[in-house]
Design a protein around this ligand. Sequence first.
Ligand code: SAM
Ligand code: SF4
Length: 330
Amino acid sequence: MSRLKDTFGRTIDDLRISLTDRCNFRCIYCMPAEGLPWLPRREILTYEEILHLARIFIGLGIHTIRLTGGEPLMRQDVEVLIAGLLRLDATLDLSMTTNGFFLVEKVQRLADAGLKRINVSLDSLRPERFERMVRRDGQLVSKILAGIRLAREAGLNPIKLNCVIMRGYNDDEIADFARLGREQDVQVRFIEYMPLDAQGRWTMDTVVPGAEIHARVHAVYPLRSEQGNGSEPATVHHFADGRGSIGIIASVSQPFCESCNRVRITADGHLRTCLFSLTEHDLKGLLRSGASDEDLADFIIATVWKKEAGHKINQPDFVKPDRSMSAIGG
Ligand code: SAM
Ligand code: SF4
């Protein structure tokens, strides 16, 4: 049972660790075309530091860790980190979110190191559309799909496909993605566009609400009426004919803050208690100043205790965080 609790009675047992703020893609909902000023390398947590902090978090009751970024596979030898994390706790629910670019060459090493499951982001199946949304060569769509097939052959399970739906960009592909999920046995997770893009271009008009996504899938591939949730942010909807399921992450239209069980460490070692936090807590500074494990644990417990009630996207006093998604670690 996790010792990490907050004032709202939530128990925190899920940690997202960002391995880097760098990325080789430029998704329009995340980064500007020219990229962002990257963190200097000395500011990035080393694998030793990540393992040190992970040992303390696991000791406090964290049981799920997701590696993310930026693009986590841009870090060298991620398999070394994966193996190290699983040595800390062989039962750890360890996963990764990736844009899929490096999967073809790296997925076998990830699986050999013990990674069990993976989420791959892909927002369009049409090359010219992919180019518009990701600002990279449209031929990469087939490379990413090949990476997903190799992930399956390497034994990763489940494989989930993250798809940010933006009105006027890819909302006409919702049924295509549902079909792909059914055919390839992957769970497509449709994500509402959140105001975490670096350029601050987000508008409510571009958000396709989860209910509309559900209706569009249901019209083509009927979904059962009941839904599952668990501790995942996605509501899971099974196809009526039993051929798999979709997930819908409706962070904007149906926030799930009340059941949020996660915190994040940025690539430069700051603890964030919410994606939308306006304050960060400098874990790396404490670690590098030689703090004891007990001091670090006390700092983590006290910080998590103050986790905010939730985000305020739908309220007039909403303030966008200074850092955008790739720098926070989505
Ligand atoms: N680079 C990796 C990737 O794209 O999978 C991992 C990091 S990325 C920040 C993690 C997830 O956040 C991706 O699935 C991405 O689509 C999603 N994301 C990024 N910006 C978003 C936004 N403004 N709204 C909703 N989801 C977003
Ligand atoms: Fe890179 Fe992921 Fe952001 Fe796209 S969503 S720019 S792949 S970090």
